[in-house]
Design a binder for this molecule. Structure first.
Ligand SMILES: NC(=O)c1ccc[n+]([C@@H]2O[C@H](COP(=O)([O-])OP(=O)(O)OC[C@H]3O[C@@H](n4cnc5c(N)ncnc54)[C@H](OP(=O)(O)O)[C@@H]3O)[C@@H](O)[C@H]2O)c1
Length: 252
């Protein structure tokens, strides 16, 4: 159960090898997090994160799951619930970017990107939402992106797939009203992680630890949308009104 301050004691981390997810776990470990299920598609990378998290004094369970394997989702949710008892928090941190370069991805790569960033996570969130409703409590923390707010020419497949996930999370949030379960949407800007390695930082670039601090503060306050850094809420509020002719010329 969440503690008196609303901080989670148990969590399922989907995409546990993500740099942002690892920072969130470290940040929440310093608060009340004591038991986690760590999930990833690569067993060796997952084992390394398991060691790191266990060293924080957190009880861990690891489960291999590719988020695009929708047929495996229901059984996975049941196993995660069995391992934790109550699930206070689900962190959905899976994500992939298209290759850096002038050419947009082809049809197969585009479909894979949507499966990883949008349809896979949406299906798994649906399965977890049912569990949290049955529990009468728990939060779904969804790593969206500012790229979802207004799609850019340079990475429109990523932006569009994140926009789909973000819209889905907003709808799910409304659908869960009155159940005790809820959704927290996180919209980071450019974060220095394995995902963005070798790419030029965007204005207001930040770090996984700073995103994790913003997330923990939002969980404490009960905020439903987190911009990280917070100034991006105002920046993107204004950028939505930039004429298309200017928007499409923005540098990468
Ligand atoms: N970095 C940024 O600038 C930024 C900005 C806004 C939003 N975000 C979002 O924040 C989240 C975390 O990203 P990050 O920056 O921490 O990047 P990251 O370190 O590259 O993490 C991405 C995670 O997604 C996992 N993943 C990819 N495809 C998967 C699949 N099919 N099934 C299961 N797991 C899969 C990766 O697992 P493997 O270890 O197996 O590769 C990894 O754990 C993502 O949703 C990303 O879109 C990032």
């Amino acid at each position: 159960m969440n503690d008196a301050l609303g901080m989670p004691q148990t969590a399922v981390v989907v995409g546990a090898t993500s740099d942002i997810a690892r920072s969130i776990v470290r940040e929440l470990a310093g608060r009340r997090l004591s038991k986690v299920v760590l999930t990833g598609r690569d067993e060796a990378r997952l084992d390394a994160v398991d060691e790191e998290v266990a060293a924080l004094g957190i009880a861990t369970h690891t489960k291999v799951l590719d988020v695009t394997d929708v047929a495996a989702h229901s059984a996975f949710v049941k196993r995660a619930a069995d391992a934790l008892g109550q699930v206070d928090l689900v962190v959905m941190a899976v994500g992939a970017l298209e290759p850096d370069g002038p050419e947009p991805p082809g049809p197969v790569e585009t479909a894979e990107l949507f499966a990883t960033n949008c349809t896979g996570p949406a299906a798994l969130l649906t399965a977890f939402a049912k569990l949290l409703c049955d529990q009468g409590q728990g939060r779904l923390l969804v790593l969206s992106s500012v790229a979802a707010v207004r799609v850019r020419r340079v990475n429109y497949p990523y932006g569009a797939s994140k926009a789909g996930l973000d819209a889905f999370a907003q709808g799910l949030s409304m659908g869960l009203e009155g159940t005790g379960a809820s959704v927290v949407i996180v919209r980071p800007g450019w974060v220095a992680t394995r995902l963005t390695e070798g790419r030029a930082p965007a204005p207001f670039a930040t770090t996984p630890d700073a995103v994790a601090r913003d997330v923990a503060a939002a969980l404490e306050r009960g905020t439903s949308v987190v911009w990280s850094p917070p100034v991006l809420r105002f920046v993107f509020g204004a950028l939505q009104f930039l004429p298309r002719a200017l928007w499409r010329r923005l540098p990468s």
